[in-house]
Ligand binder design. Structure first.
Ligand code: AMP
Ligand code: ZN
Ligand code: ZN
Length: 420
């Protein structure tokens, strides 16, 4: 029996439609733009599980259209400056030198402090090669609306566009500036943009991570992500832009009944210099008192105390000359300080800085755009792997890093990994 011609033609047409659909949705066939952009936002102190606590539809849309990590593990100590700079350089703090928010450099005979503008803007403090320096050296324009290290000439290089840190600069205007940078003529337009909000870290410290205040702040931040995504979608280059939303560390609840006071164990005269803030401290002892400080601090329960050469390998910490003789870190939820200086009420709320293997210290990582798979959830990785990921997307020759592309390459579409 013969099929009527019209049915044959109809069947062929259906087949063609199916082939076209298959071609456009197959990641091997869909064309990936050659020139891609990366826009990376850090929400300071956004713990890996915060999006489950609040209504964050715009962040969830990024995960649906792209990828998310189970969690992003920070480097030790899980503080802001060491970790933003680990994300930027792909190096552990021992290898990039920003070993704490506050430290002393013995060779420079100078202190680095996050609220000291001269220090923060002094390129001599910053080791390694931030991803924007790699990009600029290879001819790409970059921009930074705040990121640790972007306000200093690192190896003599700044991002093409950067800003002096201003904590209270309006959040909505940061969105508009990033959009304005992406709207610049092609020869001035940054291919890599980093930007930053100091929340939900602030509310996490003050009100504790599981508080209503954190939830409200997360929902506000999500609305800014929504505003950004909406404005980005209007741009002609929208389909070339990869958006990453990540963070430097998490946050753990603290309470007035879990405090270790150093002065209960050691005497001020034994200490040459003590630097830190709850919950991480470093000490240089008077030479004859090194063991007195070490052995007496070891008597404290819930406190890990290490001489700099015996810090566990997993923390990758202790080889940089800026790491002091003794490092002390308490168990999760515990605070450390000085009876002479602080009160139990100082420790109610939340903090971070603990061993990064505690999951409460882990951060978020969400990404979508032409380089990323769709709806893919990747297991936990360390934040030193972000540098090689961005270098790959921007087709840059990476500097030497502790992170490795192979640890994160499953987030990328297979086509991204074929060198042509
Ligand atoms: P912390 O919670 O102590 O680890 O540090 C968080 C604080 O770092 C934020 O509240 C900001 O005020 C500060 N911060 C972040 N980026 C910068 C920057 N580029 N320059 C100066 N301060 C910064
Ligand atoms: Zn932080
Ligand atoms: Zn903080």
């Amino acid at each position: 029996m013969q099929t009527p011609k019209s049915i044959q033609i109809f069947a062929i047409l259906i087949l063609i439609v199916f082939v076209l659909i298959a071609c456009t949705s197959n990641p091997y066939v869909k064309k990936i733009p050659k020139e891609q952009y990366v826009v990376m936002l850090s929400l300071d102190g956004c713990r890996w599980d915060y999006p489950q606590m609040a209504n964050m539809p715009n962040l969830e849309a990024i995960a649906r259209e792209g990828v998310k990590l189970e969690s992003l593990q920070p480097a030790f100590p899980s503080k802001t400056f060491p970790n933003h700079y680990s994300i930027a350089t792909g190096l552990y703090p021992d290898n990039h030198g920003i070993v704490q928010n506050t430290f002393y450099d013995p060779d420079m005979d100078a202190y680095y402090k996050i609220r000291d503008r001269d220090a923060v803007e002094n390129g001599d403090f910053y080791g390694g090669e931030p991803i924007w320096v790699t990009a600029e050296k290879q001819g790409l324009k970059t921009g930074s609306f705040y990121w640790v290290g972007s306000e200093a000439p690192v190896s003599g290089t700044y991002p093409s566009r950067w800003k002096k840190y201003n904590h209270t600069f309006p959040y909505e205007a940061r969105v508009d500036s990033v959009i304005a940078w992406l709207s610049l003529p092609k020869d001035q337009r940054p291919r890599l943009i980093t930007w930053y909000y100091p929340e939900p870290d602030g509310v996490g410290h003050k009100f504790s991570p599981e508080s209503e205040e954190v939830k409200a702040k997360l929902e506000y931040l999500d609305s800014l992500i929504g505003d950004f995504r909406h404005k980005l979608a209007q741009l002609p280059i929208a389909n070339q832009v990869n958006v990453i939303v990540t963070s430097d560390h998490g946050m753990a609840r603290t309470s007035g009944d879990k405090i270790i006071y150093f002065d209960d164990y050691i005497q001020p005269a034994w200490i040459d210099t003590a630097l830190g803030s709850n919950p991480i401290w470093m000490f240089d002892a008077m030479p004859e008192y090194l063991d007195s400080v070490y052995l007496n601090l070891q008597r404290a329960e819930h406190l890990q105390v290490w001489k700099r050469d015996s810090i566990p390998d997993a923390l990758h910490y202790g080889s940089h000359p800026r790491v002091m003789d003794i490092v002390a870190a308490p168990d999760l939820h515990w605070s450390v300080g000085w009876r002479a200086r602080e009160y139990p009420s100082d420790y109610v709320g939340g903090t971070h800085g603990y061993d990064p293997r505690y999951k409460d210290m882990h951060a978020i990582f969400y990404a979508s755009g032409p380089a990323f798979k769709h709806g893919y959830v990747h297991p936990t990785v360390e934040n030193v792997n972000i540098y090689p990921l961005i270098a790959k997307i921007l087709n840059l020759k990476p500097a030497e890093t502790d992170g490795k592309l192979e640890n994160v390459s499953r987030m990328l579409k297979p086509k991204m990994l074929i060198d042509d």
